[in-house]
Design a binder for this molecule. Structure first.
Ligand code: AR6
Ligand code: MG
Length: 323
């Protein structure tokens, strides 16, 4: 596969490196999370047409559970080289900050772990033992796609394993698999929707992705798209909504605000759209004004960028560097 050619602002053309697209996937998640968070639960008619990074509850450019769990997953993958459920669960618990807006199901799973329920059992005990079908496993998945970008079959297996740690419902797992496959395709420069559709393992996700394909026949408003696909915290709705936003818009600066304007679970739909478009276009395509606004605390923007570089190196057999 040839690397995508990238037009720089100064008109020169440079080859986008894998490292830049890996950083785009992780920082794209972060930017989408921070752009969307102030609008979570706001009626979509009240979301401005021009979405910018505005003041948020914890400050402008701050992240929520989406980015916090993505960071924990990246750190665990770097340490273990693969998904190790016990290690990942501990990483989630160590990172947990109750003020970052975690879903109720995920908080209950954490509580069960703390009370001694085995990691392998807890996620199957929530929501009347059906397990969560929320988007919490999909929203954090970018590190899996970066780590296993060159092995699409393993990417799917590891994505499912990472999801099951907290999300046991088939739709919660499949949302993570589809989102990981989409980011992987974006990193490799392949057809995003086609790859995502092939990876879908449930009829629900497959139907939602077919609906995405049909909506692409002409330009749509965010209101039309959210009416057709939904934009709630349900994995089926929000993964489809994020993929539509990424595929229907040809640049990061358009795709992520479009995702926010769908309303509903704005931070997570935008985080997932940001992961896919960031992987497709690279970090250099993310507007500097958004990157510069991101919190740069101990585990902030600089750390996320360095995690992407380290994920590129893990398990690289040839020379252990990003190409
Ligand atoms: N049956 C009915 N409703 C369900 C089910 C189910 N089996 N599973 C999930 N829900 P949750 P998450 C509903 O709590 O996936 C945060 O803001 C239920 O209403 O497991 O980790 C994140 O940033 C439940 O509360 O959380 C995300 O935006 C909701 O789906 C979002 O929450 C989410 O599932 C999801 O995070
Ligand atoms: Mg969130």
């Amino acid at each position: 596969m040839l690397p995508r050619m990238h037009q720089n602002l100064d008109g020169s053309t440079a080859l986008e490196s894998v490292a830049d697209r890996a950083s785009g996937a992780l920082l794209g998640t972060f930017v989408g999370d921070a752009l969307g968070m102030p609008f979570e639960g706001v009626l979509h008619t009240l979301i401005p047409e021009h979405v910018e990074m505005v003041e948020a509850r914890r400050g402008r450019g701050t992240y929520t559970d989406d980015t916090q769990m993505m960071i924990a997953l990246a750190e665990s993958l770097i340490s273990q080289g693969r998904v190790d459920a016990e290690h990942l669960a501990q990483a989630f618990l160590d990172a947990f900050d109750a003020d970052r807006g975690y879903g109720s199901g995920t908080r209950r799973v954490f509580g069960l772990w703390r009370s001694g329920v085995p990691v392998a059992d807890a996620a199957g005990r929530v929501f009347d033992s059906r397990g969560s079908r929320g988007n919490g496993a999909a929203m954090r998945i970018a590190p899996i796609a970066v780590r296993f970008r060159d092995d699409p079959e393993r990417l799917v297996v590891e994505a499912a394993a990472s999801a099951r740690v907290t999300h046991r419902h088939a739709v919660g797992v499949d949302g993570a698999v589809v989102q990981a496959a989409a980011i992987g395709a974006a990193l490799r420069g392949e057809d995003i929707l086609e790859t995502a559709r092939s990876a879908a393992g449930t009829a629900e996700l497959a139907c939602a992705l077919d609906a995405v394909g049909r909506l692409l026949n002409r330009e749509r408003t965010p209101a039309e798209v959210s009416a057709r696909l939904g934009s709630s915290a349900d994995a089926c709705e929000s993964v489809a909504a994020a993929l539509y936003s990424a595929v229907a818009n040809d640049c990061f600066e358009a795709a992520v605000p479009f995702a926010v304007r769908l309303g509903g679970d704005t931070d997570t739909v935008a985080a997932m759209a940001g992961a896919v478009t960031g992987a497709r276009e690279g970090r250099r395509a993310i507007p500097a004004r958004w990157l510069e606004a991101l919190e740069d605390s101990h585990r902030g923007r600089t750390h996320v960028h360095s995690l992407a570089a380290r994920l590129c190196d893990v398990g690289t057999s040839r020379n252990n560097t990003c190409r």
